[in-house]
Design a protein around this ligand. Structure first.
Ligand SMILES: Nc1ncnc2c1ncn2[C@@H]1O[C@H](COP(=O)(O)OP(=O)(O)OP(=O)(O)O)[C@@H](O)[C@H]1O
Length: 351
């Protein structure tokens, strides 16, 4: 086992509240030396909030972040010396020229005067922005602005790089180039980079942290995540009728592992995604029979094998705290039951 002191970055119980809204909920993970850690989650999952806190740019509500032994809250100067940060919106000054801006940043980052020229040349070469060094940043394309922001993060060669959606806004060629740069960085750096695109993360990461609604859903290698789902099958069922009745039919069917998502499509139509274990055809037939008996109309039913995309979707939808099914059922009211309740209330009022 790796001793804690060897771990470069340790995040423990990190939490953020915006008013009453809990954007990040007691998350803990580590980033090892020379590791690229993917931070994956849908929009609004809490990625930028987490990265801002790790970088020391946003106060945390609770928890600790330790960068090479330095606590980001207690010793921000010492901790930040090892951090290069590319926020979601690159912090570039539109009225500066590219080289002038990098020189300004090198000063802020206390790159020794005698080394600044070489250091600026190094990052410009790495990000292929030498040809625009004399241009005003305001006149650059979005892709070039992103690269200038990335170059700024690399100034001073910090050991730990925090990259928030570094490929957003880039054309496919630029995306490939930036991914190649990140892969190369691994030789000398540890990197955490966020994305909401699974293929992007799986292409370059050693491990991945999957986050949704502020909670960690999984921390593992892509291979392990795939392996843990490889023997499972997924059943998709779309019905018109009672959500809770259908959920109960599915839950009580032998061979059903878990209901992983329920989508309310309106007009009493619900789509269920269900993980199965065993004979998928027999399980499907049994669910069909029970639905018929219980007057639940099936609109669609089929099984398939999960691919990586399914794994991601299942993990981000998987409830974390309350009993799983209850949380899924609570997320949207059962329309047919709500109607029945409303009717009951109306009847009571009439009385
Ligand atoms: N400054 C803020 N004030 C209030 N709420 C905020 C603020 N910033 C983020 N939030 C909320 O916190 C939650 C997490 O947002 P965050 O931007 O961290 O997610 P994200 O995973 O980075 O999303 P995206 O991929 O869209 O950038 C969201 O519900 C968002 O609305």
């Amino acid at each position: 086992m790796i001793g804690k002191e060897q771990l470069m970055i340790t995040i423990e119980n990190l939490t953020k509240y915006y008013g009453n809204n809990r954007a990040v909920n007691h998350i803990s993970f580590t980033i090892n030396d020379n590791e690229i850690l993917g931070f994956l989650g849908p929009n609004g999952a809490g990625k930028s909030t987490t990265m801002n806190m790790i970088a020391g740019y946003l106060p945390m509500s609770d928890g600790t972040v330790t960068i090479y032994g330095a606590d980001i809250t207690k010793e921000p100067g010492k901790a930040k010396r090892n951090i290069g940060y590319l926020p979601e919106i690159p912090p570039v000054y539109p009225d500066m020229k590219v080289k002038e801006y990098l020189s300004f940043c090198a000063g802020l980052k206390r790159v020794p005067r005698g080394e600044r020229k070489n250091e600026i040349e190094r990052v410009m070469k790495l990000l292929k922005i030498k040809d625009v060094e004399g241009k005003l940043i305001r006149n650059l394309s979005k892709g070039y602005k992103q690269r200038v922001g990335f170059a700024q993060a690399l100034l001073g060669n910090p050991k730990f790089l925090i990259l928030d959606e570094p490929t957003v806004g880039l054309d496919p060629n630029q995306v490939a180039e930036v991914r190649a740069i990140i892969k190369d960085l691994k030789n000398e750096h540890s990197v955490i980079f966020s994305s909401h695109i699974l293929s992007e993360v799986s292409a370059i990461c050693d491990r991945v942290v999957i986050i949704n609604k502020g909670d960690i859903r999984a921390i593992d290698t892509i291979e392990n995540l795939e392996r843990s789902f490889v023997n499972s099958l997924v059943l998709h069922l779309k019905v018109k009728g009672s959500k809770s009745k259908t959920a109960s039919i599915i839950e009580t069917t032998k061979g059903v592992k878990e209901i992983t998502s329920i989508d309310d499509e309106g007009n009493d139509i619900y789509s269920f995604t269900v993980q199965l274990e065993g004979d998928a055809d027999a399980i499907r037939d049994s669910i069909m029979d029970d639905c018929l008996k219980n007057h639940v109309s099936i609109i669609e039913i089929f099984t398939d094998k999960p691919n990586l995309e399914n794994v991601f979707i299942e993990l981000i939808n998987r409830p974390v705290k309350k009993s799983g099914l209850q949380e899924l059922l609570d997320e949207t009211p059962d329309e047919s039951e709500a109607d029945a309740e409303d009717q009951g209330e109306e009847e009571k009022e009439e009385e």
